[in-house]
Design a protein around this ligand. Sequence first.
Ligand SMILES: [Mg+2]
Length: 254
Amino acid sequence: MTRYDDPTEIADRVARRPGPLLVGLDVDGVLAPIVDHADDAVLLAGMGAAVSAVAALDDVFVAVVSGRSLAGLAQFGFGDDVEMIGSHGMETRHRPMEPLSDHERRVLADLDAAAVVAANRAGAGAWVERKPASVVLHVRQADDTSGAIALLELAEVTRRLEGATVKAGSGVLEAFARHTDKGTALTALASALGAATTVFLGDDLTDEEAFAHLSTDDVAIKVGDADTIAPHRLRDPGAVLTFLQALPTTRTPG
Ligand SMILES: [Mg+2]
């Protein structure tokens, strides 16, 4: 049986950490319930206001840190006081992505072609999402067997391309022409802001890279029941909402 922490207890623990705080939040599965098609995702009711209230605190910075592109994050309508880190750290609201090199552009074109072939192999329900430096094959709605084979095929092609890397999720495989990870982006932001404590909440495999970058003074919180290196765990976006709503009442600036 998975054991979940009490969201208000974690808020209390976070509130006692030295500031300034950086609160990093993954979006899908953390602020927005997982849906079959990424375009249909919406924040849990009350979440936008809760995130804004935390961002408005004196010694607290808030950043959403997502695998989505910045363009893909726009649909959630986060306020100007929320920093946005998109494409697993490759682009932020205040620092656009470095243009792709010629080599990266060629790799991306090859990955795109391979993803299209794999999506056709997976059949109905499979689709390809295009991001600035990666392509994502989605097979969650495709046939289980042909979907799994398609993911393996795309992973195999990626392995053969110099400089290309993959990140796997549940029913998805993202193939990158440039390596990036959420942890590097999060710690870079924490140091730019002079944050004394970084808190990060994430649900997916790629969020484990962010947890791995945190120190013992930071607070890593897994959302959901998947395996994790994070010492804390919340059940679902509903518990995340309770956690965020509790932060402003418990945090004493200092
Ligand atoms: Mg997620």
